[in-house]
Design a binder for this molecule. Structure first.
Ligand code: SF4
Length: 92
């Protein structure tokens, strides 16, 4: 897969979920999360999508190949890394 870097919200139109090839409701259906994540794995804007979901605190649906529960874990880990960096910067 080749990642595509696009600015603003242009990336959303490049997502496989917007291609018309897949049922868009699948990405907001807890019973089809696994299927949606498999589509995301092939999506050229996956990283950008995940970044958006984390930054905007998207609570529902599969974004960037991650379920809401997986994004909570990712966000917690990211915060711990950031806090560790801040602490090290302050204490040398
Ligand atoms: S990563 Fe998934 S949810 Fe995000 S744009 Fe691509 S297909 Fe859609």
């Amino acid at each position: 897969m080749v990642a595509i870097m696009v600015s603003g919200r242009e990336w959303m139109r490049r997502g496989l979920c917007a291609s018309g090839a897949y049922d868009p409701d699948m990405f907001f259906d807890a019973l089809r999360e696994e299927l949606a994540c498999r589509v995301c794995d092939k999506c050229p804007v996956r990283d950008r999508c995940l970044q958006h979901a984390v930054e905007e605190h998207e609570s529902y649906g599969v974004w960037g190949g991650k379920t809401p529960a997986e994004r909570v874990v990712l966000t917690r880990r990211w915060r711990m890394v950031q806090e560790g960096r801040t602490r090290r910067a302050h204490h040398g």
